[in-house]
Design a protein around this ligand. Sequence first.
Ligand code: FES
Length: 109
Amino acid sequence: MQDIKIKITDRNGVTHAIVAPTDMAMNLMEVVRSYELAAEGTIGVCGGMAMCASCQCYVKSNHQLPQITDDEEAMLAEAFYVEENSRLGCQIQMTSVLNGLEVELAPEY
Ligand code: FES
C-alpha cells in the first residue's frame, strides 16, 4: 500500500494538497469527488466513461501520464475550455509514479 500526494486546484482557484491511495483503483475524478473538491453533479457525470468531459483538468506538473486513448481524445475534441495540457481525470489512474502531481480543474459547463 502506498499513498501519493497530489495538489488539486479547484474551480474557485483554491489549491488543495491531498493524499490519494494507489491501491483502491481510483482515478483522479474519483479522488476529486471523494474530497468533495467540486460540487456534486458537476464532475464525473458519465461515471468515468470518457463520455462527458466534466472531469477535464489541466495538468500543471511534468508527470508521465497514462497514454491518451482514442475515446479520451475524441471527447476532448468536443469539449469546451480545452488546453494543450487538458486531460480527462477519469482516465488517470492513481499510481505511485504520479506522486507530486499538480492539476487544476477545468471550468464547469
Ligand atoms: S467522468 Fe465523464 S469523461 Fe470523465
